[in-house]
Design a protein around this ligand. Structure first.
Ligand code: UDX
Length: 459
């Protein structure tokens, strides 16, 4: 099928490439001519594992192209996706102006019976609004409007598309539903569930899904705080509750608080929708407040580890999560300014996000490797769960540091392993264990409740 994708950003580019991978002919359209020119030169503006290779393959196969001329490409489209940004207003409401502008720009260009598909995350009722706008511009109601929200995680977006848990197709007329079913036939043939519903439900599914996923994270983060006070281990608790198929283990990793381009924005939008309809989403409103408070509290936790006069802190990880260069709402963007304000001297490292971070934060030193960042540091702080950090040579790290505190807000290590190198380990959801000063290493499992060898023994 002939598809155009308006908005060659993170969602538009990834979704356009994946639709081309399914066999469709896709043109990604963007009004930023310089971005289109870079894309035509195979310069991909975002870091998403596998995307650059996929785009190169599909461009060579003639199934993916780029344009900044909507008038040239829209008349040939059977489906026109709108994948433009929906930024947050200060009160959490989302700004639909880019979506409306795209719809109005498309309206006079589309052939009758074409389907506009809203991919952007929009409030319930937006597809209906777009249909009214388009009908007004065209003077007749002969174009369909559907909602097809995305569930792509940065760092695993291609897999999340091609191995989707489900496809949500919101349509208010049969033809739109049929066209979406046809578009996603290759995935449906692989057994991917196809949820055909109306546009309002589809728009609500997106927000409710993200709000619930964020709730899981907020919940386990509070359980982590309780575990630290009570002496539990939040990872063991997450394992124990996650094995219940009604709960599931995913999104129960305690951390510094959720960030990214979606959860913070979508939870605020969901709360704003609730307020607007007189049905405040108080649980989500509390979640938002607790999540922001958590990030701010990290700096207090770090400062409490620094002795008077010592203020050199190494920050490992500024991306909002591993496998992305995106720093939007990352813990580092909250923590680093607070530490600097308290007089700390920051040296940061991130395998991919340095460039993006420097656009937001000035006045910090950067290291080319974690050990360089840790050199003479009084404390090392891990904020992003990069595999590179999980594989750190702790002996080398301890040797480089001046201080003894490793604060790991992603729980990458076992306390015993860190303590063996004479470091004090402050993890998330576990009580700090003291470094092993004596030469006698504590027997593994003593008091840690780690009887995994028993659980693994054959019944
Ligand atoms: C999210 C949704 O998962 C995706 O479906 C939606 O389409 C876009 O928003 P993304 O923001 O890319 O995807 O990242 P995700 O992997 O969901 O992580 C979001 C935040 O939650 C990150 O800050 C991450 O570190 C944090 N997180 C995630 C946790 O703290 N613990 C977890 O167990 C999982």
């Amino acid at each position: 099928m002939d598809v155009i994708m308006i908005g060659a950003g993170y969602v538009g580019l990834t979704t356009g490439a994946c639709l081309a991978e399914l066999g469709h002919r896709v043109t990604c359209v963007d009004n930023d001519a310089s971005k289109v020119a870079r894309l035509k030169r195979a310069e991909i503006p975002i870091y998403e594992p596998g995307l650059s290779e996929l785009i190169g393959k599909l461009v060579s196969a003639g199934r993916l192209s780029f344009s900044d001329d909507l008038a040239e490409v829209a008349p040939h489209a059977q489906l026109a996706f709108i994948a433009v940004g929906t930024p947050s207003a200060p009160n959490g409401d989302i700004d639909l102006s880019y979506v409306k502008n795209a719809a109005v720009g498309l309206a006079p260009l589309l052939k009758p019976d074409a389907v506009i598909v809203i991919k952007s995350t929009v409030v319930a009722g937006t597809a209906k609004l777009v249909r009214e706008l388009v009908t007004e511009v065209r003077g007749r109601d002969d174009v369909h409007v559907a909602s097809n929200p995305e569930f792509l995680r940065e760092g695993s977006a291609i897999r999340d598309f091609l191995e989707a848990d489900r496809i949500v197709a919101g349509a208010d007329d049969r033809r739109a539903a049929e066209v979406l079913a046809l578009l996603y036939e290759p995935l449906r043939a692989k057994g991917v569930p196809f949820v055909a519903t109306n546009t309002t439900n589809a728009e609500m599914i997106k927000y409710a899904a993200n709000a619930f996923l964020a709730l899981k994270i907020g919940f386990i983060n509070e359980v982590a705080d309780l575990c630290e006070a009570a002496g539990g281990d939040v990872a063991a608790v997450a394992d124990g509750i996650g094995l219940d198929h009604r709960i599931g283990r995913a999104f129960l990793n305690a951390g510094p608080g959720f960030g990214g381009s979606c959860f913070p924005k979508d939870t605020r939008a969901f709360a704003a929708i609730g307020r607007r309809y007189g049905q405040p989403q108080l649980i989500v409103e509390t979640l938002i407040e607790r999540n922001e408070a958590r990030k701010a509290a990290l700096s207090d936790r770090i400062l409490s580890e620094l002795k008077a006069g010592s203020r050199r802190v190494a920050i490992l990880g500024t991306a909002f999560k591993a496998n992305t260069d995106d720093v939007r709402d990352s813990a580092a963007l909250t923590v680093i300014p607070l530490l600097k304000k308290a007089g700390a001297k920051i040296t940061a490292h991130d395998p991919k996000a340095r460039h993006e971070t420097e656009r937001h934060l000035k006045g910090i030193s950067w290291a080319d490797c974690p050990y360089e960042a840790a050199t003479n540091a009084d404390a090392v702080v891990i904020l992003t769960e990069w595999e590179e950090y999980a594989a750190l040579d702790l002996a080398r790290l301890a040797k480089a540091m001046a201080g003894r505190s490793l604060l790991d807000f992603r729980n990458l290590f076992a306390a015993e392993e860190v303590n063996r190198h004479g470091l004090r380990y402050i993890a998330t959801g576990r009580r700090p264990a003291a470094p092993i000063s004596s030469i006698h290493s504590q027997p593994t499992g003593a008091g840690s409740g780690d009887w995994s060898e028993i659980a693994a023994a054959p019944a």
